[in-house]
Design a protein around this ligand. Structure first.
Ligand code: SAH
Ligand code: AVI
Length: 346
């Protein structure tokens, strides 16, 4: 806990069971201002997806998960319900550490399984960039699991994982939702290798990853009829307006999400609908956009069983179990360090 700084706590009755800590960055990461200067002011324009997740963006993502088109959450939820007992029986965790935990809704299956396995001493450590969502999710989980203790971690996992707590005992790391797909290939390998470097021989990782499938299913998932994904995408411009005193007109942009079959990824853009100039008050900069000019706001890579095995292998991890539904829409992989896997199974 030495590298963690504790923040004040505003939870009600369950406050004795909830703490919130700031995870100090292990290495410097670009600020929003730097990302805008590097990525947005010059074509091809792009921004990292982490800026979606202010309080409003996190709620919008939670609503995306409820849309009929966005199958990943429902599919992973059903898979977890089915395999949580097996994962917990194998991992026997003293700590569950979840990266990019968001609303932690699917995590309830793991915590239910922890309870059924009689491991009520197990602590939950959700790690996310969005503190309001950590607190809201924490309240919900504490109400559901009266035995649970939560140590929420606020920070940016792209700043490295060295600042993560290293509590004694067996740790189950969890990275759900196919958030790994929002990383470029090298970034995904480095991220998982960094995670592997934090793991000991008795620790394991549960990784959720979306699979390659019919492009029409994929494109529908990122173009829901109710327009919630479009709102989520446009929310990025609200973040820029608020944080950098920019003057983006949200009505002058259109949401676009298309599947690139050769790169096996959804690409999400904000497209300027006219020639326009946007001012950044805090930067003293102007952004000139032509009609139809795109800003890449997110990639969402889709995997095959083979590409997932390769990714894990490159990061020094080996699958202990690979869970998937009959239609092969999603993978949940329980993995361990490769160097201990053959010698000492969990
Ligand atoms: N795991 C949840 C949420 C997925 S959405 C699920 O499966 O439904 C992605 C989550 O990752 C969001 O909660 C977002 O706030 C968080 N996130 C994105 N970039 C992050 C970063 N760089 N550091 C920490 N958390 C991040
Ligand atoms: C968090 N992440 C895995 C989501 C995805 O599917 O790539 C984010 C998202 N973007 C639009 N819809 C959902």
């Amino acid at each position: 806990m030495d590298r963690l700084q504790q923040t004040s706590l505003a939870l009600g009755p369950a406050s004795g069971r909830f703490d919130c800590h700031v995870v100090e960055p292990g290495r410097a990461v670009p600020s929003l201002e730097e990302d805008v200067r590097e990525g947005l002011l010059f074509a091809p324009r792009s921004l990292p997806p982490k800026y979606f997740y202010d309080a409003r963006g996190s709620v919008l993502f939670d609503r995306i998960c409820e849309t009929p088109e966005y199958y990943p959450t429902r599919t992973e939820d059903a898979l977890l319900a089915r395999c949580a007992d097996a994962v917990i029986a194998e991992a026997r965790p003293d700590h569950v550490i979840e990266l990019g935990s968001g609303a932690s809704r699917k995590t309830r299956h793991l915590l239910d399984a922890v309870e059924r396995a009689g491991l009520r001493h197990c602590r939950y450590w959700p790690f996310d960039v969005c503190e309001p969502m950590l607190r809201e999710a924490g309240e919900r989980l504490l109400a559901r699991h009266p035995w649970l203790r939560i140590d929420a971690l606020v920070g940016d996992y792209l700043a490295g994982l060295d600042g993560l707590p290293r509590p004694e005992g067996r740790r189950l790391f969890v990275f759900l939702g196919s958030t790994i797909g929002n990383f470029e290939p090298q970034q995904a390998r480095d991220f998982l290798a960094g995670l592997a470097a934090c793991m000991g021989g008795r620790d394991s990782l549960l990784l959720g990853a979306d699979r390659v499938k019919d492009p029409s299913v994929l494109e529908a998932a990122y173009n829901d009829a109710a327009g919630i994904t479009a709102d989520f995408n446009l929310n990025l411009l609200r973040v820029l307006n608020r944080e950098l005193a920019a003057d983006f007109e949200l009505g002058a942009f259109r949401h676009r999400a298309v599947y690139d079959s050769s790169l096996q990824r959804i690409e999400m853009h904000l497209v300027s609908t006219c020639d326009q100039v946007v001012k950044f008050g805090h930067l003293g900069e102007r952004l000139r956009l032509e009609a139809e000019e795109p800003i890449l706001t997110e990639i969402s890579r889709k995997f095959t069983r083979g590409s997932l095995d390769q990714l894990l292998h490159d990061a020094g991890l080996t699958a202990l179990a690979h869970h998937e539904p009959e239609n092969g829409y999603f993978s949940l992989i329980h993995a361990q360090l490769s160097r201990v896997c053959h010698k000492h199974p969990l």
